[in-house]
Design a protein around this ligand. Structure first.
Ligand code: KG4
Ligand code: ZN
Length: 374
């Protein structure tokens, strides 16, 4: 676990001219928020202070628990969150040097995700907040991801384009402010991370295999196998910003059936696949920037950790004169810090501060566009 002394991104995003803040007293802008993330196979906890930034965070990954099954087993995930969450909260609070009575609010991931896993975080957050008579704020997991670059030293200002690339989602959003998200394009089938995981499996790697596939790709030639660039034709003809990755996965399946998988071939397939995904993501991101006339792009979600994607985006940013922002590698994948930060931003830009009641709910299926309206 690591403690943090980042600048207070939350505070720095409080533009005093913002209409949402005009009614707020100085003291109401200062919030100490505990963040809890339990939507899938990682238990994440963090404490975010609107003045001092991220004070502490910790993550417990269940990857080893699910590895023998080749994917996440929902029941095992829920049980493990139950085992890990309270010890992790104690550890993070101690590391931040605060006690539960210092907290102003508790933010938790309300959805989307595995229902049982979400319920663990929702139940703990809501009951603790009820006992403390403070608000419990249920957040959309992707809102956490897309605000995560604001944890960094040099955060982007609004508006910006967000490329969200995780194991479950691939979306391009226009972000005009906290809670102001417009969907520009999304995957019609597999998410980018899912395509990485499925291809990794075909290459004999464990689950989730995105990072391992990226390692393999380092030793490969990206041009030995030319995989399809799905939906790029449509982009030129119609400006369609949607994605599709299932055909790419099928191309890898077909290739692995007729090709002996010696070591170099595995490297080359990994490199060719990664190149195809990265090129599509870059082309669509550029199209989104052009269409909206914006000049800032943020990349969030697990696939945002991919170094080839980052290299291609950085090159495009220099060439096309836009700025690109990434969260730190540890905040690309699921974590509690992004939830604590998103909760803080929501609360300081108008979310209800009513103390938690005994009622709570989770939303395993939940579109970010709906969450933005609430
Ligand atoms: O955001 P995340 O932690 O969880 C979801 O909300 O889905 O993303 C996990 C996904 C997995 O599919 C994983 O294989 C992928 O991100 N991933 C990567 C890399 N690191 C994680 N994909 C490509 N390259 C990486 N370096
Ligand atoms: Zn995620």
């Amino acid at each position: 676990m690591r403690s943090w002394g980042t600048r207070a991104a939350c505070d720095s995003y409080l533009n005093p001219r913002d209409d949402l803040l005009t009614g707020l007293h100085e003291s109401e802008r200062f919030m100490l928020v505990l963040g809890i993330e339990t939507s899938c196979d990682e238990t994440g906890v963090a404490v975010y202070d609107s003045r001092r930034g991220l004070l502490a965070h910790a993550l417990y990954s269940q990857i080893a628990l699910h590895d023998p099954y080749g994917g996440v087993v929902p029941e095992l995930a829920s049980r493990d969150h139950i085992r890990r969450l309270l010890p992790l909260m104690r550890e993070v609070l101690a590391s931040a040097g605060v006690s539960v009575s210092d907290l102003d609010a508790i933010a938790y991931t309300q959805g989307p995700g595995l229902a049982g896993a979400l319920l663990v975080g929702a139940a703990v957050a809501s009951s603790l907040a009820f006992g403390l008579r403070i608000p419990a704020i249920g957040l959309h997991h992707l809102e956490g991801h897309l605000l995560s670059p604001l944890l960094e030293e040099d955060p982007p200002s609004f508006p910006f384009i967000a490329l969200l690339v995780s194991g479950g989602h691939t979306q391009l959003m226009r972000v005009s402010g906290v809670g102001k998200y417009e969907l520009l394009g999304e995957t019609l089938d597999d998410a980018a991370g899912e395509a990485f995981d499925k291809t990794a499996k075909l290459l004999g790697l464990g689950y989730p295999g995105g990072a391992a596939l990226a390692m393999l790709a380092r030793g490969g030639a990206p041009d030995r196998f030319r995989f399809p660039r799905p939906m790029l034709d449509q982009l030129e003809k119609t400006g369609d910003l949607n994605f599709s990755f299932s055909g790419l996965k099928t191309a890898v399946v077909t290739l692995t059936r007729r090709q002996a998988l010696d070591e170099q071939t595995r490297y080359d397939i990994a490199a060719g696949f990664q190149e195809a995904v990265a090129e599509v993501l870059v082309a669509k991101s550029l199209a989104a920037l052009r269409r909206t006339g914006l000049s800032r792009l943020i990349v969030a979600g697990g696939v945002g950790a991919n170094s080839r994607l980052r290299a291609l985006l950085d090159a495009a940013a220099t060439r096309e004169n836009f700025s690109v922002f990434y969260p730190a590698l540890e905040f690309c994948t699921d974590n509690g810090a992004m939830i604590a930060l998103a909760g803080c931003l929501r609360l300081t830009t108008g979310a209800s501060r009513t103390p938690s009641s005994t009622l709570f709910t989770v939303r395993p299926r939940w579109s970010l566009a709906t969450a933005a309206l609430e």
